[in-house]
Design a protein around this ligand. Structure first.
Ligand code: GLN
Ligand code: ZN
Length: 758
């Protein structure tokens, strides 16, 4: 019998009850014992669901009180000194201190988990003396067995991945750290084996990135040690998110099973398997059900794939599994009541994926006739979505086919546009501006609520928004900012706002996924061809411009950011989706220009996030991402000034792509990568307009004039003063009114000083 397996199940719960419990506990509204009990209930409920659906290998220890990397660090007592932990089991106060900060100690850094939108807490090794504080996988295994009779499969982050994702050590100390951690891993595994655990899943997603010879040697040491020290334990070495690098070396490691991603790494993994074969003595965990997408799988296509694999690997050595943990998808489509039937029918969240896994395992074991009815039903729902009007807009498809072969370009090069724009706007040296949003005060949020609930009609709400715009236009003038914005008061979110106004998008009720800690996001779904249906931002922008003689900058979210922050259809390429979005946004750019708006900013903070894990694919991605930006912005007149904005990430290694976007002005966050960014500008004379953020907006602190002056002077050492703009790091929507005004006043003051000096 072919087995089915899950690599991890979402933590948040169908009603986000996990999130609610965490937040109630943090707010002191829940006693620790009550909290523990609620979390146990949630955890058992998730296990029970997998058991009822008939999953053979059910993961345990995938559940977390915050993040699984933090759990691993806590299990090994890797707690930064500043949290004054005194050894022993790590109490929740310390655990959450590391994650969220305390009044005395800053939180540990948080960063993106590979190419997903999940963020993990970065372990800080410096100063740590690792010990096993608690065998958490063992606790989880026992709980599942005692309470539900489940023979769980503990999931553990592997040593190579754990160390590579940690910080606080130098490259030359890597092996010393490995030597410290290895015995602790052995201890944990031995205790599991002694308890009678059969399968352990050791996650090494790092193996889909570049693996060096030294890393291969390390893997041999690690898994060789496990094989020797804990010989009876069945270890599945699990990879995901891409095809593995160094396939031959990896499948030769002395473990019982190898887990490969046949969704996101389909081509590479299949190719390796076909050409190099698979060891006869190992089990293959075939990740065929997408752990990251929300679409139903074509059971027929997956079955064909599994049948091919079953030729290469004996059926009894095949496990049908999800491509990654299901952490990255929502819980259940069951209560989605507002979606078009052809869309809902084609969705599969975590619970629906459990069913798919079990069906496929059954079909590979007993033949496809066993699931004939399900195969047909599946074909039917997928076909219904394919045939829907939303997916068959020939106008959009023809346009995109055209755009694909064109090289979108402004009509004149930057130098000429610069002259034309200067002649028109007569901006002073070092023009000042902001990134778009102003504080979304309680009043603003309240107004939106009243309007959404129907207590306010459109007129009331629009009048309120206009008042806010009036207020902030006056303030910006009074502070002395040169290029104004309307403030984005009508937007909750920079993607949802546009999605709601474009064709091809849908919004779910329960499509929540964990982003970091208790924070969940509900990405829009791009399920059809994306098309412009009407103006999206013209009214507010035009109104703002009518209230001032200074230029008001229009504000749009760019195609790549909208795409990267949505769930997208998987029947066409991301490149095509990006061009559809770009073409729709171009029509908004043109509408703004038509309405007399002379400066338009197209935000692209998420470009970097979409970067493929495989180095060899990165240039291709960047090329079409840049092209999508150019499609959006290339048709305006020379005198229309295109701005863009980027943040959240380190951009120093992609300056060439940023330059190729050909925006007249870019404003870029520098607080997180200042040194390196400045350094790369030194090497790479950037020749378009640029504002390096002169203050970090992530804190309520009001930066002083001297501080900003120092930032300005540092930037001016490497950048052409004629091209330099002065602005904060990012939008100000999360800041308070008073601190925003005070900071901007200081920014303008620092600008005046710089003007006098240069
Ligand atoms: N224009 C947006 C704002 O100011 C940009 C947000 C972002 O970069 N994430 O809020
Ligand atoms: Zn930003």
């Amino acid at each position: 019998m072919v087995k089915s397996s899950v690599l991890g199940y979402p933590r948040i719960g169908a009603d986000r009850e996990w999130k609610k419990a965490l937040e109630a506990f943090w707010a002191g509204k829940l006693e620790e014992s009550e909290f523990e009990q609620q979390l146990q209930e949630i955890r058992l409920n998730h296990l029970r669901k997998q058991q009822e659906k008939g999953i053979d290998l059910i993961p345990v220890n995938d559940f977390s009180y915050y993040d699984h990397i933090l759990d691993t660090a806590a299990m090994f007592g890797i707690i930064p000194k500043r949290f004054s932990w005194e050894g022993g089991a790590v109490p929740l106060s310390v655990y959450y201190g590391v994650a969220r900060g305390t009044k005395d100690a800053a939180a540990s850094e948080m960063t993106k988990w590979f190419n997903t939108n999940y963020h993990y807490i970065v372990p800080e090794l410096n100063g740590a003396s690792p010990v096993v504080t608690e065998n958490k996988p063992l606790t989880a295994y026992r709980e599942a067995k005692e309470k539900l009779g489940i023979e769980g499969k503990p999931v553990i982050v592997g040593p190579l991945t754990f160390l590579k994702l940690s910080k606080g050590y130098s490259a030359s100390e890597f092996d010393a750290w490995l030597n410290k951690l290895l015995p602790l891993y052995v201890q944990v595994l031995k205790e599991l084996a002694a308890e009678g655990v059969q399968w352990v899943q050791i996650d090494e997603p790092i193996l889909v990135t570049k693996v060096s010879d030294a890393d291969v040697a390390r893997l041999q040491t690690i898994y060789g040690t496990f094989a020797k020290e804990v010989p009876g334990l069945h270890i599945v070495l699990q990879t995901y998110f891409e095809a593995v690098d160094r396939y031959a070396d990896i499948v030769a490691l002395p473990v019982k099973g190898i887990g490969l991603d046949f969704v996101h790494g389909l081509q590479g993994n299949l190719e390796s398997l076909r050409t190099l074969g698979f060891p006869a003595d190992k089990v293959l965990g075939a990740g065929v059900i997408d752990g990251r997408g929300i679409w139903k799988a074509s059971l027929r296509v997956k079955l064909a794939l599994l049948e091919e694999l079953a030729v290469l690997v004996p059926a009894e050595q095949l496990i049908v599994q999800s491509s990654s943990s299901l952490l990255h998808v929502p819980v259940s489509t069951e209560r989605e009541t507002k979606l078009a039937p052809e869309l809902k029918g084609a969705l599969a969240y975590a619970d629906e994926k459990l069913v798919e896994l079990v069906l496929l395992a059954k079909a590979v074991s007993a033949g496809s006739a066993e699931i004939a009815a399900e195969l047909e039903a599946c074909d039917r729902v997928l076909q219904a979505l394919q045939d829907s009007e939303a997916r068959n807009r020939s106008d959009v498809q023809e346009k995109v086919a055209e755009l694909r072969v064109q090289q979108p370009q402004r009509s004149r090069p930057f130098a000429e546009r610069y002259a034309a724009q200067q002649a028109k706007y007569q901006l002073p040296l070092f023009p000042t501006t902001t990134i778009g949003s102003f504080p979304q005060s309680a009043e603003v949020r309240k107004a939106r609520q009243l309007w959404r609930k129907g207590e306010w009609n459109n007129e009331q709400y629009e009048a309120f928004i206009r008042e806010q715009i009036d207020l902030w236009i006056l303030l910006q003038e009074e502070i002395g900012i040169d290029v104004l914005v309307h403030g984005e008061f009508e937007r909750t979110d920079m993607v949802e706002f546009f999605g709601e106004k474009l064709a091809g998008f849908a919004f779910t009720q329960y499509g929540w996924v964990q982003s970091y800690g208790s924070r969940c996001v509900k990405p829009p779904v791009i399920y059809g061809d994306v098309a412009f249906i009407g103006d999206m931002t013209v009214e507010e922008t035009k109104y703002a411009q009518s209230r001032t003689g200074r230029p008001v900058k229009g504000m749009l979210t760019g195609p790549i950011t909208i795409m990267n922050w949505s769930f997208v259809r998987d029947d066409i390429s991301r490149e095509q989706i990006a061009y559809q979005l770009a073409y729709a946004l171009r029509q908004e750019v043109e509408a703004l220009e038509e309405a007399g708006i002379g400066m338009i900013q197209v935000d692209e903070p998420a470009v970097r996030e979409g970067l493929p894990l495989k180095e060899e694919e990165q240039a291709g991605y960047l090329a079409w991402a840049v092209k999508a930006f150019r499609i959006t912005t290339c048709t305006v007149q020379d005198t229309t000034q295109i701005h863009t904005h980027m943040c959240y990430c380190e951009f120093h290694d992609m300056i060439d792509s940023i330059e190729a976007m050909d925006a007249d002005v870019i404003s870029i966050e520098t607080s997180r990568s200042h040194g390196e960014l400045i350094h790369s500008f030194e090497l790479n004379t950037y020749k378009l307009g640029i504002g390096l953020g002169v203050y970090d907006i992530h804190s309520p602190r009001v930066p002083g004039v001297e501080e900003m002056t120092a930032m300005i002077e540092r930037a001016l050492r490497v950048l052409d003063p004629k091209l330099f703009w002065i602005n904060p790091d990012c939008g100000l929507k999360t800041r308070g009114h008073a601190e925003t005004v005070a900071s901007l006043r200081n920014m303008v003051e620092a600008t005046k000083l710089a003007r006098d000096k240069h």
